[in-house]
Each structure stands twice: as structure tokens, then as C-alpha cells.
Design a protein around this ligand. Structure first.
Ligand SMILES: [Zn+2]
Length: 458
């Protein structure tokens, strides 16, 4: 079977298993089939396009022609300004107002921001929607839930994935290179994310779900194999990247969890989102943040894989383990940054999430005894899974992604202090939990209690 046939087979299997998405058209020139897909998905419904002025100018007319040719009645499009557009609740309100003024099915035309905005607006209007992807910039097209900033804080809202998705590779390959580079980094993140799941599985914390694991991990190395082709906007590598991102979205849709696609590397990105981090006046792309997070995570993997943890001193690690009252005191101090960030929201989230994963010394003793017993097999599994930091840097750089945190405005000192904040902000077990529970934090990352990062964030 050819590679693209094998991918088509995987997509068809994923569609069978998907809760929300029933159709995915991916390939060159498939925009012309969007109208027929709409008509068969939503018989006798009219359509309202939601786009931004840049995606509308790229593909709006062609999409409208395809819809009209299929006999679909069109309302005036809702075109948001591309300048200053981000996944924020005011834009959801604007899209919802336009949608609710009609009885039409929304058609999202754009990348991550437009899709997240329309996903939530359509849900609030009580309607399903069609998504036409204009870049391979992240894996959220086919994912359940929408990531939206509300009252200054980024939140994930429950809402179904699109009913159908159209991904025209001619349009996606011509998207600005940084968008597809961002998608490459978001796909690359599945390497450390998968390692985190291997750790959680190996230590009995969270078992791997074989079908969703396979959807993301079986072909990951092949999907990541041509970063230069992605940077050059070549059709085949871009198609492979697009399929890969759709598949990881399907895995999240099937499990109603981001576990198959997200680990510690995403926690760095969530932290910087919650801190409203900007660089040169705007937030770095999701993919570029998780790319830097991936390198931070892989650095930890490289360090732990070097260690004979089958000889770990369990009692010494257990004795170092902080009491919950210590963490409860650390969290407010840690997030007490000079910058005007959402301090209260960060502290509350830190307490809530850390409380959810707190572990007694007795349970930690059991977990570390398991680690001691299973380390040789677990280490083999992990070392067969992760890229070295050097390989990862080369791959990300070849795709056109940043490989130094300063390139996205995060100083080395801030990156270091971000480890502990990221650890506290999510209950999900990752390499950060592993390092802390094994008593390796100070050695691998630095003193927990040293001062918060001193620089003014850019
Ligand atoms: Zn992501």
C-alpha cells in the first residue's frame, strides 16, 4: 500500500471512531468539493462563512463559488479583521452574533484562531459546523474543545469538533511559512508527550490507551521526517503534516482528552499563555511555544536516561518529598512575579491542579519501588522513543522553528523558573512529576527555592 493510501486508511478508521467529525477531505484542489460536502452533510441548510480578511481574500470567493454551485444558499460572510485577531471571547461573541442572526450552518475559513472561535460560537448557537483549514498550524481542527482567552485567562471550553473538515493542500502549502512551521513543532511535541505517557504507563499512574496511542505514535517518525520540505512549502511534506495533525486531533476527539497529544511541553505553553506572554508585540504561536517546551522536556529525558535509576535510593527520595503544606506555601510565592499577570488565577489554578495530583510519602515509596524494579525495561522503551536534544534541535530548525527560548522572548532564567510553575499548573503526570518525585529536581533543573526570574518579561 502506498504511503498516502495508508494514511487515507488511517483517516477512514479515525472517522469511524470519531465522535463528532464525519468527513475529512484532504488533498490538492479539494476546496472545489467543499460545496458538495456541505450539501451532503447539511441537506437543505444555508451557509454563513466566518473568516478573517486575510483568509477570506485567499479562499473566500472560491469557497463561495463551490457552495453556490452545490445549490447552497449563502448569507453575507462574517469577516473579522486579521489584524489583532486572536482566540478571545469578544471575537466569539462577534461570530456568534453573526451566526445567530441567521439560521445557517457556519463555515469556518481559517487556521487555529478562526477554528477555535467558530467551534465555540457554533456550539453556543446550537449548530454543527464545517471547517475549511488554511494552514497546517496546529492539531486543533479535529480536536474536541476550544481554547479561548476569557477575561484575560486562557481556558478550554467543551464543545464538539467540526462535523466535517476540508484541507486543500494547495492552499495550505501556500500559507505563510511560519504557520506550517508552527504545525510541525506542534506535531514534534507528540514525541515528548508520548514519552510522558510511557512514563505514566510504566509506573502505573495512567495506562496507555492503545488505539489513541497508535493514531498519534505509529507513524510519527515518518510524519516528522522531512522538516525542510515543510519549510519549503512542498506539497507532499505539507500533506503529510496536515494528515498527521488531523490524526492527533482525532485521537483527542476519541479520548476526550489531550493526553495522546500533550505533555510537559504543552504545560510550558499553557503557563506562558496564562502569563499573557508576548514577544515583539504579540503572543508567539502555539507551535513555537510547545517546540521550546519540547526541547526543555527532551533535555530532562536525556538526563534521566543516563541514570541508573534501578539503583535509586527510594528512602532518600521519599524523605525529600515536600509535604502538601510546603507546596501550598510555595505556589503563591512562586507566582508572585513583578509583572502584571493573572496572579490570582495562576495561584488558584496551581493549588487546584497540584492538590489533584498530590501523593503521600507511602504512595510515593510504592511508585519509586516500581520505578526501581522496572527501570531497565522502561529506559529501553523511552530511549527507543525519544529524539536526542541535538536531533530535535536540527529537525525543528530545519522546519523553520525557533530552538532557543530567547527567540520567543523567554530568557534562560525564565525558562528555568517556568519548569516548576508548569509542574504546578497541571495535574497531568509528566516528566516534570517524574523528576520531582525521583528527587532529581535540584540536580537537573536547579534549586526549587531559588529566586523567581528577575527580568521584566518582554
Ligand atoms: Zn498543541
Amino acid at each position: 500500500m502506498s504511503e498516502s493510501l495508508a494514511d487515507r486508511q488511517r483517516i477512514d478508521n479515525a472517522l469511524q471512531a470519531a465522535r463528532d467529525t464525519k468527513q475529512l477531505l484532504v488533498g490538492r484542489g479539494v476546496l472545489r468539493d467543499a460545496g458538495a460536502l456541505f450539501a451532503s452533510s447539511f441537506p437543505s441548510h444555508s451557509a454563513i462563512l466566518v473568516a478573517d480578511d486575510s483568509t477570506y481574500s485567499v479562499a473566500g470567493r472560491a469557497l463561495e463559488e463551490s457552495l453556490s454551485a452545490a445549490g447552497v444558499r449563502l448569507h453575507d460572510p462574517a469577516v473579522l479583521p486579521a489584524e489583532g485577531l486572536y482566540a478571545e471571547s469578544h471575537f466569539v461573541d462577534r461570530a456568534l452574533a453573526a451566526i445567530a442572526a441567521t439560521d445557517a450552518i457556519p463555515v469556518a475559513l481559517g487556521a487555529g484562531t478562526i477554528n477555535d472561535v467558530v467551534k465555540l460560537a457554533a456550539h453556543r448557537a446550537g449548530r454543527r459546523y464545517l471547517c475549511v483549514a488554511t494552514a497546517a498550524s496546529m492539531d486543533g481542527y479535529t480536536a474536541y474543545g476550544s481554547s479561548i482567552t476569557h477575561e484575560g485567562s486562557k481556558q478550554t471550553f467543551d464543545c464538539p469538533a467540526p462535523f466535517a473538515v476540508v484541507a486543500d493542500i494547495d492552499i495550505i502549502a501556500a500559507a505563510p511559512a511560519w504557520l506550517n512551521a508552527s504545525g510541525y513543532a506542534d506535531l514534534f511535541a507528540k514525541c515528548p508527550a508520548g514519552a510522558d505517557w510511557l512514563l505514566a504507563d510504566g509506573l502505573g499512574v495512567e495506562a496507555i490507551d492503545a488505539p489513541t496511542w497508535a493514531m498519534v505514535q505509529d507513524r510519527l517518525c515518518d510524519w516528522l521526517a522531512d522538516p525542510e520540505g515543510v519549510r519549503r512549502g512542498e506539497v507532499e511534506p505539507i500533506q503529510r503534516l496536515t494528515v498527521a495533525l488531523m490524526m492527533t486531533g482525532f485521537a483527542m476527539q476519541a479520548s476526550l482528552s489531550s493526553r495522546p497529544a500533550s505533555g510537559a511541553e504543552h504545560q510550558f505553553s499553557h503557563l506562558w499563555d496564562m502569563e499573557n506572554h508576548t514577544h515583539d508585540g504579540s503572543a508567539p504561536s502555539h507551535g513555537f511555544k510547545v517546540g521550546i517546551g519540547s526541547l526543555a522536556s527532551l533535555r530532562l529525558y536525556e538526563a534521566i536516561l543516563d541514570r541508573p535509576l534501578d539503583q535509586i535510593d527510594v528512602e532518600s527520595a521519599v524523605n525529600q518529598w515536600p509535604k502538601w503544606s510546603q507546596d501550598e506555601a510555595t505556589i503563591p510565592r512562586l507566582f508572585d512575579d513583578p509583572a502584571p499577570v493573572n496572579k490570582a488565577a495562576l495561584i488558584n489554578k496551581g493549588i487546584e491542579e497540584s492538590n489533584a495530583k498530590r501523593i503521600s510519602r507511602n504512595d510515593l515509596r510504592k511508585e519509586l519501588t516500581t520505578l526501581k524494579d522496572r527501570w531497565p525495561q522502561l529506559r529501553d522503551r523511552l530511549s527507543g522513543h525519544v529524539y536526542s536534544v541535538a536531533e530535535a534541535r536540527d529537525m525543528l530548525a530545519a522546519a523553520g522553528c525557533p530552538t532557543e527560548s530567547q527567540q520567543i522572548g523567554i530568557t534562560p532564567a525564565r525558562l528555568r523558573s517556568s519548569h516548576l510553575k508548569a509542574y504546578f499548573l497541571r495535574r497531568r503526570y509528566t516528566v516534570l512529576d517524574f523528576v520531582r518525585r525521583a528527587g532529581l529536581w535540584n540536580e537537573l533543573i536547579g534549586e526549587e527555592d531559588s529566586e523567581p526570574y528577575p527580568e521584566t518579561p518582554t
